[in-house]
Design a protein around this ligand. Sequence first.
Ligand code: CO8
Length: 259
Amino acid sequence: STNIVETNIDSGTGFATVTLSQPPVNSLDKNLLTAITDRFKKLSDDSSVTGAILTSKFDGKVFSAGLNIVDMFQKSDDHLGEFWGMVQEWYLTIQGFPKPLVSAINGHAPTGGCAMALMSDYRVMVEGKTIGLNETLLGIVAPFFFADLMIAAVGRRHAEFALNNGYLYTSDEALKIGLVDEVVNLDQVVPTALKILTKMTKTPQPAYQVCKNFLRKETMDTLRNDRAGDIAHFVGFVQQPNVQKAIGGYLQALKQRKK
Ligand code: CO8
């Protein structure tokens, strides 16, 4: 099978570059969620790895299209529950990654793609693309742990506007509110990410790790303490007929957009 999460480790610096490579748009289905989670667990445990960069193979197009919508449409409770458990594990693993992590956002990053970028410690984005937690536009609602990522980055005022309205920001707008930290030309995205990673990995360990952990712990603990409840909430919400109808309509629109 093809490698949907390519990893390259520079033995000199200890920097791991994780490249999401599932065609066409890195939508986060069960396979990709599991592969990313496994990869970050390994990088976490590998003492030769000092930090990481997260990027996409679909350079100039898409960083990640977010959660796979097909996994939320006309599925059994069991399917949805298993899917959401994987989403939780993906979030807990990347958000809890103990080393510096920089997202090199080299394409669009809607919904879960934005959330994944928000789990890193610094965001470098290509100019002229879009990013945001635009779930409400699909008739669904971002989970509390996505919302909290947005609040942590841009503050409550911008987060409320962003989530309530499902606002998708251009790169420049995202920079203005602090949703991303830098906007650069496509060929500068990864080099800029590497430059900041070099700085970040100079922070003394374990101070970096202890600090990152305590700043992020509260929301992660809220989820850890009631994963089953969070799954039940997701399944109950998604199975509502009007929500299914919205998701189905959205899928249809997505398919027909280019025709
Ligand atoms: N899931 C499944 N399939 C997708 C997704 C997706 N998220 N995104 C795109 N695709 C499919 C398209 O349907 C298309 O399929 P096909 O080739 O069969 O027609 C193919 O991927 C390529 O997509 P595009 O032609 O649209 O590619 P573009 O390069 O033109 O555009 C974009 C890329 C901008 C990423 C665009 O595809 C897009 O906007 N995608 C939708 C993004 C989105 O809205 N994702 C929603 C995910 S929901 C989420 O992440 C959090 C949900 C939390 C749920 C909580 C409930 C309580």
